[in-house]
Structure formats: C-alpha cells, structure tokens
Design a protein. Structure first.
Length: 497
C-alpha cells in the first residue's frame, strides 16, 4: 500500500507543463498530424528528374523539405530506388568517410512505472523478474565491457522508476567513468556514456550535463498521436505525448546538446514515422540551430509475454525497412544513424551501405548479463530478444573486411565538438578531419589491446591505408599525427586531436 502511494506521488510530480508550453506555437506542437497524413496521401510517383534534384540537395548535406521526403517514399521504379540507395551511401561517406562507430547497451534496471504494450519491462508484465543493478554490479559489468570486450562507448538504459531516478543515473554514470582496467599495454575505460531514459525535466538534465554524458536519446516511439495513445495506457506517465515530444528541446536547453531521436518501427505506418522524424529534426534546427546528433530506427522485436507484438498490423517488412533507412539517410544527411543488434547479422550487413554510422556489438540486454557466464539471452530479464549476438571482435573484423575502419574516438563531447559546432563541421566536411585522425589513433589502440590475431590481420591493412590517406590529404598535420601515433604504439592511451 505504502509502496503504491510512494510510486503514485513520484509519478504525479514528474511532468512540468510549463517546460512544454513554452515551446508551443499558438498552442500547437510541431507534429501537425493532418498535414503529415496529407503529404502521404496517394499520388503518382515523382518524375525521375525531380528525384534527382532531391538527391542533389541531400548530397549538398541539406535537410530535406517534408514534400521532398514524401516524394522519395513514393518512388516505385526499382532502378530509381537503386539510385537512391547509392546516393544514401554517398552522403554517408561524404560526412563520415569509411568510419563506423561501435558501442554496447548497458541496461541498469527493469523496474518501470509505465505499461507500454510492446515492452517486456511494462509494469503489467508479471513474467518479468525485476532488478536494479547496485553500484558494485555496475562496476562489474563495466569491467567486462571495458576490460574484456574493449568498448569505449556505452548507451545506458533505464526504465522509468523512482529506483532509477536522476540520482541513481548520476551515480551509475560516475561509477562507469571511474572504472579503469589494465589491458595489453594500456588500460580499458569507458570514455563516452550515452543515455537512453525517459523524458526528464530541465533541472535533472542539467545534472547529467554536468557529469558529462554523450548523447541523450528519447525515442518518440510513434509520432502518430492516436496510435501513441493506444499503446501507452491513459493515466500512465508515458501517455503524455507532448512531454515526450519536447524532451530534446529540454535537453538542449539544459546543455546536453548531442540529442538522439528515434521511432519504434512497427507501431504505425513506417512512412508516417519517417516524416515525424524529419519534422522533429527540422523543429530542433529551427529553434536551436542544432539538429539530432543521431537517429535510431528500432523495429519491434518479440518480448517475453508480450502478445501485442504479434497483433500489431504495422510490422515493417525487410523491404520497407530498407526504404525507410535510405530515406532517413537522405532526409537528415548530417545525422548519425544507429542500426542496433535487434536486427539479425545478414540484414545489418545489407543495411550498412545505406548510410548507417553506428552499430552495437557484443550486446547483452539482460540486467547484469555481461558478467553472467552463459551467453544465453534471458527472456524474462530483458526487454526484447536480440537478432545479432556477435562479439565486438567479430564485428570489427567484418567491418575491416568490408573496407570500414572502426572508430573508438570519443573526443567530441570532451573537447566541445558537440551541438552547433559539430553540425557546422559535419555539414562542411571538416569534422571528418578530426575524426579521421582520431579514428586511426583509437583503432591502433584497440588493435593493440583487444584484437584477436585474425581481426588484427584484417584491421592492419585498413589502418595502413588510412594513414597513407592522412599523409596525402592532410600533409600539414601529418607530422603531428605521426607523433601521437608513435606515442600510442609505445603504450600511451586516450590521445586525441
Ligand atoms: N524507459 C525509457 C523509455 O521508454 O524511454 C527508456 C528505455 S526503453 C528501455 C528503450 C527503447 O526500447 C524504447 O524507447 C523503445 O523504443 C524500445 N523498445 C521497447 N520495446 C521494444 C521491443 N519489443 N522491440 C524493440 N524495441 C523496443
Ligand atoms: Fe518502461 Fe520504457 Fe519499456 Fe515503456 S518502453 S515499459 S517506459 S522501459
């Protein structure tokens, strides 16, 4: 009884309406449903010349207009789709070159006051075993991630619950940053903690900003209001569409200026969600001059005792998913795109060339799963089931064989290259300069500390090619780069430009 009233009182104090209202324009938010629906209304496919004009805008790293994105989603001709896919890959290379970033999710607790129909953590799911990691357990998980696997970046994930409130978040993140494990010639350490958590008020976001987090992600799940209401039961905290919609505005206001958007594909028409993401990116650009640092596009996955997933009428086929990824890449050309291990390995392999920039690897999403001996997924302790459980070493090797360098660079937020600054660098292609140097340094570091012999063998030629490229394309900084590089080879760690 006491527990229920404690929860109720915590929930009732969470939403600060003034922190939503101040962003509304004439009482309206930035998702005009009817306008989005009208842009998606049946119409003939666009002429090839129009499609190519739109491609040219994306290649100039311009955010597309909603009508342009809607037109791309109307293309039927397979050859034009092939052009779109090729352009998506080109946009990615223009902004991010051949770099891919890897990370791991770390789930810290599965207690949750919400009852989202699609989620294994929902409060009504009696089959879920509930647990919140202690600081010692977090240290243990981090030791595996940073010391054994070799991750430098994590996304920490929390349910919405007073047991994992902002104080817990702050403590857990500080604990993660504090772990340093001797390995190889240096040490393993998590250098960037990104956060996926429920919407928070500005005061709490400021606490996270002060600790120094990377990206703050809140997925809108669905931009379609009616569907949003039907999957988030009325009266639950999460049922407040606008509180969630303006999370990123509050984040930017609080000083966390790398923000991550996302929609959960499979709740409503995928084309509506793609437009929703675009409207969201444009709203942030308009208000703050900063768009999203990343966009995520998780697809609904099966979860323990969660029948909704089989019942939704909007599961996205692989073919449509491919289209969605292509159109998102072209619509918001500067944004990082995260392709998670929800998807099976062959599909990730096929989608990567469409412009994805970040992959998770060695992922375990059970609470406390990194330290547990069995590599099995534990369905009653995780939010959903993963499609790709390959190790980081395997993923890095495959990326190298495909011609990509894995970047373990985490310099961005630590030296102020975030928000508006990074937007300008990305748009002008200059961020690539720092990133290229840092990718080479951190890749060498990782090969020395963590790679298995076959991964080393696959990675070294990529690195050699990269260093030669730096010598030719950046002769002025090459000597300084080589100095840092030699220091890394001698065992120094965490050097960056
Ligand atoms: N509790 C917080 C919230 O809802 O914002 C943060 C974390 S939630 C654990 C992370 C994300 O997982 C959700 O935003 C949702 O998009 C996604 N998710 C939930 N259920 C899923 C499922 N069955 N399959 C795939 N993704 C799912
Ligand atoms: Fe809770 Fe997030 Fe799952 Fe919803 S999606 S039940 S808020 S953990």
């Amino acid at each position: 009884m006491e527990k229920t009233s404690r929860l109720k009182s915590w929930v009732s104090g969470r939403i600060n309406q003034a922190q939503v209202d101040r962003y509304l324009e004439d009482g309206r938010d930035f998702i005009p449903d009817a306008e989005l629906e009208s842009k998606l209304a049946p119409a003939p496919p666009p002429a090839p010349a129009r499609v190519r004009e739109i491609i040219a805008r994306a290649l100039a790293i311009q955010t597309l207009e909603p009508d342009e994105t809607a037109d791309l989603m109307r293309v039927r001709d397979p050859e034009l789709w092939a052009e779109l896919e090729a352009a998506a890959g080109q946009v990615k290379r223009k902004v991010y070159d051949n770099r891919i970033v890897t990370f791991a999710p770390l789930y810290l607790g599965n207690r949750c006051v919400n009852n989202c129909l699609y989620c294994g953590f929902r409060s009504g799911n009696a089959a879920e075993r509930r647990r919140v990691l202690s600081l010692d357990e977090i240290r243990g998980e981090t030791e595996v991630l940073a010391g054994r696997i070799g991750h430098k970046r994590l996304i920490v994930v929390y349910g919405e619950h007073p047991d994992t409130d902002v104080d817990y978040m702050a403590e857990s993140i500080r604990t993660i940053y504090g772990v340093k494990v001797p390995v190889g010639r240096g040490f393993g350490q998590i250098r960037r903690v990104n956060v996926n958590a429920a919407p928070m008020p500005v005061e709490e976001l400021k606490v996270l900003a002060e600790i120094g987090v990377g990206t703050y992600q809140v997925f809108q799940e669905t931009y379609h209001r009616q569907t949003y209401a039907s999957v988030h039961p009325a009266g639950s905290l999460k049922s407040d569409y606008r509180w969630r919609l303006y999370s990123m505005h509050r984040s930017l206001e609080a000083g966390i200026d790398d923000v991550g958007l996302g929609a959960l594909f499979g709740l409503y028409d995928w084309r509506f969600e793609v437009l929703g993401l675009l409207y969201h990116a444009r709203a942030l650009e308009k208000r703050f001059g900063i768009g999203p640092h990343t966009i995520s596009f998780p697809r609904l996955e099966p979860a323990e005792n969660t029948p909704f997933i089989q019942e939704t009428g909007y599961r996205v086929t692989d073919e449509d998913f491919r289209k969605a990824v292509t159109v998102i890449r072209l619509s918001v050309p500067y944004a990082g795109m995260i392709l998670t291990a929800r998807e099976p390995a062959p599909l990730r392999r096929a989608l990567l060339p469409l412009g994805c920039t970040q992959l998770d690897a060695s992922s375990r999403i059970g609470i406390g799963a990194y330290r547990s001996r069995s590599g099995e997924q534990v369905s009653d302790r995780q939010q959903f089931l993963l499609g790709d459980t390959r190790t980081l070493d395997e993923v890095v090797r495959e990326l190298a064989l495909m011609g990509h360098i894995t970047s373990f660079c985490t310099a961005g937020y630590r030296c102020g290259r975030t928000g508006q600054c990074i937007m300008e660098l990305l748009r002008s292609g200059q961020e690539g300069r720092f990133c290229k140097l840092n990718a080479a340094l951190t890749f060498q570091e990782w090969l020395d500390d963590f790679a298995t012999p076959p991964t080393r063998a696959a990675g070294e030629p990529i690195l050699a090619r990269e260093i030669e490229d730096i010598r030719q394309r950046m002769p002025a900084v090459f000597p300084a780069f080589m100095k840092q590089y030699e220091r890394i080879r001698q065992g120094e760690r965490d050097l960056y430009f």
